[in-house]
Write a protein that binds this ligand. Structure first.
Ligand code: ADP
Ligand code: MG
Length: 659
C-alpha cells in the first residue's frame, strides 16, 4: 500500500524557462493556479546572485541584463547530466554564466555571491526555484507546504528524474511522485474520465515551451496513461521566436539609425525582453508597438510589428514543429485520424499561427485549450498530488498513472550480446528478474554492464553503469544466478544481481550511476536500430552460432577429459579431436571476425567427427575401426569420418591462413 500523505499537496511544473504551481481545491472541484507575489501565474526559472542577495524568479529575470554572469537559467538542461555530455558542452558555450566540470564530472555553476566565488550544482539551482514555488504556495495557503508532485519531460532518464527529486528534497519538499509532463496535461483535461465511457483515447500532447518542444502520444484506457511515442526538439521554443524578432529589430535599427547594436550584449538583452513582451501581445492582438528607451548610444527604439510579420519571421520554425508532429505519429504507427484529442501545452502554443497549423494538420480538429497551455502541466500535477493525499482521494476520481520505459534495458552477455530484461515501451513501475548462468568453469564473478538501447550489440547501446556480482562458488560453468531490473514509479532504475542456490548470497545494486539519453539521442538510437536491423540480425545469428560452437567444444572437452572415454579412443582419433578442440577454441577466441557460416560449418564438421566416435565408444570400438582409423580400410561410416576430418583440416587451415 502506497504511503498516504497528510496536509496540503501541490503540483509543480518545473519548466526550463518558466515554472508554475497549482493546488487542487476540493470545494471548487478544480485546481487553482497560484500566482506569485507579482501576480504572475508563471515564475521564471532563474536564480541570480548579487553582492547583497540571492534573487529567484521575476526579480532575478528583471536584473538579468545588468548581471548576466551571475544570473543562472536553464538548470533543467543540466540536471542529472555529466559535464562531458556533448549536449551540455554545446549549451555551456552559449550561456553568459560559467559552468565547469566538478566532482564526478558533474556540471558545476560558478557565480559571484556576496563578493565570494560560489559553486553550485544544477540540483541546487533547481531547488531554489522549487523553494520559490513552495513559498508562493505557502503564502497563498497561509501555511507551510511540504508535499509536492513535480513534473519532468517524458524523455527524462532515471538520473534526471532522481536529480529532480533530490532538488525537491533540498528545497524541503516531500516529493510524492515525479510524473511526466504530457501525462500531467492529460490529467488536467480529465481525459481519463472521457475514456471511462468510450474505452480507449489516443491523446496528442503538443508542448511548445520557452526553449524546448516536446510532443507525445498518450493512450488512456480506463484510468491508465501510457506514453506511446515521444518526439521533440531540445532547442526549439519561445526563445527562438524572440531571437527572430530581435534580429528583425537589429536590422531595422541599423537601417533607420545607421547604428549596429549587434555587438552590445546589454542592448541586445533589453531588446530581447521587449520582444518577448511584444510576442505575447501578438498572440491576442494583430499588431503591437515596441519601445526601448536609450537602447543604444541614447537612441530610442520605437517601432511596431504586426502578427503577420512575426509569423513570416518564424514560419520555418513553426513548420519544423509540424514535421516533428508528423514524425511522432509515424513512430507511434498511428494515423492522425486515430487521435481523439489534441492538447496544447507550453506558453508558445498560444501563438495563433502555431495553433492554426496544428489544427490544419489534424484536419480541422478542435484543439483542447480550455486550460491555459502554460498552466496545464501544473494543473495536472496538482490533480495527481491530491490523489496521493487522504483528502484528495475523496475529491478526485481515482487514477493509476502509467508511463513506459522509452528504451529497452538490459545487460551485456558474453560476446557483447545485449540481453534485454525490460523491453522498450514496457509500462512502469516494473520489476523483472531473469535467470542466467555462468559461462566459464570456476567463474567467481560476473561483470554486469547495464545498457539502454535497441541494438543487438550491447556496446552499440548506451552504457548506464556496471557492477560485479562476486563470490560465486568455484564450480563448472552453467551455475545459475538472477539479475533483476526494477523501475519505480518515478522512472528510477535499480539493477541487482543475486546468486541464491549456494547460500553465499551476493547482491549489488546500481542506481543512476551514469547518464541516460536525451529525447534526441533516444530517437537516434531507435532510428539506428531500424537502419541496422539486418546487421543486428546477422550479429545475433553469429553470436548464436558462436555460442553453439562454444557449448559443443565445452562438452567435447569434458568428455575427452573423462578417462573412460579417452582410453577407448584410438590415439589418432584422440589427436584429431583434441586438435579440433584447440582450433575451434582459437577460432572463437581469435580477434578476427569470420563470417557466421564458418562457425556453423565448423560445428557441423566437429559433430560429424565427434559423434560417430562417441557412438562407437558407446557401442564398442572394433579392431577394424581402429585399423580404419589409420586409413587402412574403408567402411561406410568411417569413410564419412575420414572425409569430414579432411574437410575439417582444410577448414582449419583456411582459418589459420586467414588469421
Ligand atoms: P517551459 O518551456 O519552461 O515549460 P512555458 O511552457 O511556460 O515554459 O513557455 C514559456 C514560453 O512561452 C516563453 O518563451 C514565453 O515567451 C512563451 N509565451 C508565454 N505566453 C505567451 C503568449 N501569450 N504568446 C506567445 N508566447 C508566449
Ligand atoms: Mg513546460
Amino acid at each position: 500500500m502506497a504511503k498516504k500523505y497528510e496536509g496540503p499537496a501541490i503540483g509543480i511544473d518545473l519548466g526550463t524557462t518558466y515554472s508554475c504551481v497549482a493546488i487542487w481545491q476540493g470545494q471548487n472541484n478544480r485546481a487553482e493556479i497560484i500566482p506569485n507575489e507579482q501576480g504572475n501565474r508563471t515564475t521564471p526559472s532563474l536564480v541570480a546572485f548579487t553582492d547583497t542577495q540571492r534573487l529567484i524568479g521575476d526579480a532575478a529575470k528583471n536584473q538579468a541584463a545588468t548581471n548576466p554572469s551571475n544570473t543562472v537559467f536553464d538548470a533543467k538542461r543540466l540536471i542529472g547530466r555529466k559535464y562531458s555530455d556533448s549536449v551540455v558542452k554545446d549549451d555551456v558555450q552559449l550561456w553568459p554564466f560559467q559552468v565547469i566540470s566538478g566532482t564526478d564530472d558533474k556540471p558545476t555553476i560558478v557565480v559571484k555571491y556576496k563578493g565570494k566565488e560560489k559553486r553550485l550544482v544544477p540540483e541546487e539551482i533547481s531547488s531554489m526555484v522549487l523553494s520559490k514555488m513552495k513559498e508562493i504556495a505557502g503564502a497563498f495557503l497561509v501555511s507551510p507546504v511540504k508535499n509536492a508532485v513535480i513534473t519532468v519531460p517524458a524523455y527524462f532518464n532515471d538520473s534526471q528524474r532522481k536529480a529532480t527529486k533530490d532538488a525537491g528534497a533540498i528545497a524541503g519538499l516531500d516529493v510524492m511522485r515525479i510524473i511526466n509532463e504530457p501525462t500531467a496535461a492529460g490529467l488536467a483535461y480529465g481525459l481519463q474520465k472521457k475514456s471511462s465511457f468510450a474505452g480507449k483515447r489516443n491523446v496528442f500532447i503538443f508542448d511548445l515551451g520557452g526553449g524546448t518542444f516536446d510532443v507525445s502520444i498518450l493512450t488512456i484506457k480506463d484510468d491508465n496513461f501510457k506514453v506511446m511515442a515521444t518526439a521533440g526538439d531540445t532547442h526549439l521554443g519561445g526563445e527562438d521566436f524572440d531571437s527572430r524578432m530581435v534580429d528583425h529589430f537589429v536590422k531595422e535599427f541599423k537601417r533607420k539609425h545607421k547604428k549596429d547594436i549587434s555587438g552590445n550584449p546589454r542592448a541586445l538583452r533589453r531588446l530581447r525582453s521587449a520582444c518577448e513582451k511584444a510576442k505575447r501581445t501578438l498572440s491576442f492582438a494583430t499588431d503591437t508597438t515596441i519601445e526601448v528607451d536609450a537602447l543604444f548610444e541614447s537612441t530610442d527604439l520605437c517601432s511596431t510589428i504586426t502578427r503577420t510579420r512575426f509569423e513570416e519571421l518564424n514560419i520555418d520554425l513553426f513548420k519544423m514543429c509540424m514535421e516533428t508532429v508528423e514524425r511522432c505519429l509515424e513512430d507511434s504507427k498511428m494515423d492522425k485520424s486515430e487521435i481523439d484529442d489534441v492538447v496544447l501545452v507550453g506558453g508558445s502554443s498560444r501563438i495563433p499561427k502555431v495553433q492554426q497549423l496544428l489544427q490544419d494538420f489534424f484536419n480541422g480538429k478542435e484543439l483542447c485549450k480550455g486550460i491555459n497551455p502554460d498552466e496545464a502541466v501544473a494543473y495536472g500535477a496538482a490533480v495527481q498530488a491530491a490523489l496521493l493525499t487522504e483528502e484528495g482521494i475523496k475529491n478526485v476520481p481515482n487514477l493509476v498513472l502509467m508511463d513506459v520505459a522509452p528504451l529497452s534495458l538490459g545487460w551485456a552477455l558474453i560476446r557483447d550480446e545485449m540481453s534485454v530484461v525490460i523491453p522498450r515501451n514496457t509500462t512502469i513501475p516494473v520489476k523483472k528478474t531473469q535467470r542466467y548462468a555462468t559461462v566459464k568453469d570456476n567463474q567467481s564473478g560476473v561483470l554486469i554492464e547495464v545498457y539502454e538501447g535497441e541494438r543487438a550489440r550491447a556496446s552499440d547501446n548506451n552504457l548506464l553503469g556496471s557492477f560485479i556480482l562476486s563470490g560465486l562458488p568455484l564450480v563448472p560453468r552453467g551455475y545459475p544466478f538472477n539479475v533483476c531490473f526494477a523501475i519505480d514509479e518515478n522512472g528510477i532504475l535499480t539493477v541487482s544481481a543475486e546468486e541464491k542456490t549456494s547460500g553465499s548470497k551476493n547482491q549489488t545494486t546500481i542506481t543512476n550511476k551514469t547518464n541516460r539519453l536525451s529525447a534526441k539521442e533516444i530517437k537516434r538510437l531507435i532510428q539506428e536500430a531500424e537502419i541496422y536491423e539486418v546487421d543486428d540480425m546477422k550479429f545475433k545469428n553469429k553470436v548464436k552460432a558462436m555460442n553453439a560452437l562454444d557449448d559443443y567444444l565445452y562438452n567435447m572437452n569434458k568428455r575427452m577429459k573423462d578417462k573412460c572415454v579417452s582410453s577407448k579412443l584410438p590415439p589418432m582419433v584422440q589427436v584429431d579431436i583434441n586438435s579440433a578442440i584447440v582450433k575451434g577454441q582459437n577460432l572463437l577466441d581469435g580477434g578476427q571476425k569470420p563470417e557466421t557460416f564458418v562457425f556453423v560449418d565448423l560445428l557441423r564438421e566437429l559433430k560429424s567427427i565427434f559423434e560417430p566416435a562417441m557412438a562407437k565408444i558407446d557401442n564398442g570400438w572394433t579392431h577394424e575401426d581402429r585399423d580404419e582409423d589409420h586409413g587402412s580400410t574403408t567402411g561406410p561410416a568411417q569413410s564419412i569420418a575420414t572425409s569430414t576430418r579432411r574437410k575439417l583440416k582444410e577448414k582449419l587451415s583456411w582459418f589459420n591462413k586467414s588469421s
